[in-house]
Write a protein of this length. Structure first.
Length: 80
């Protein structure tokens, strides 16, 4: 399976100092759960200590190719 990063994802990883390995581990965890097709997002709670918040990865799957669209620390905002 081919995994590519969009320019936006690379910039977000650089901005928030996110390791590529953490993103790849998050994607592999979701892809092992079953067949994934289309735009998906995954929140990795295990990385909360490392980045201060859970890591959110948004990616798109087509055939044998995964494109990482965006990556960022997921800060939950509560609405009043």
């Amino acid at each position: 399976m081919i995994i590519r990063f969009s320019r936006h994802a690379k910039r977000r990883m650089n901005l928030y100092k996110i390791d590529e390995k953490d993103v790849l581990d998050t994607i592999q965890n979701i892809s092992l759960k079953g067949e994934v097709v289309g735009k998906k997002e995954e929140i990795n709670e295990n990385l909360s200590l490392k980045y201060g918040h859970p890591l959110k990865v948004i990616f798109s799957c087509e055939n044998d190719k995964i494109i990482v669209v965006s990556v960022y620390p997921f800060i939950r905002r509560h609405r009043a």
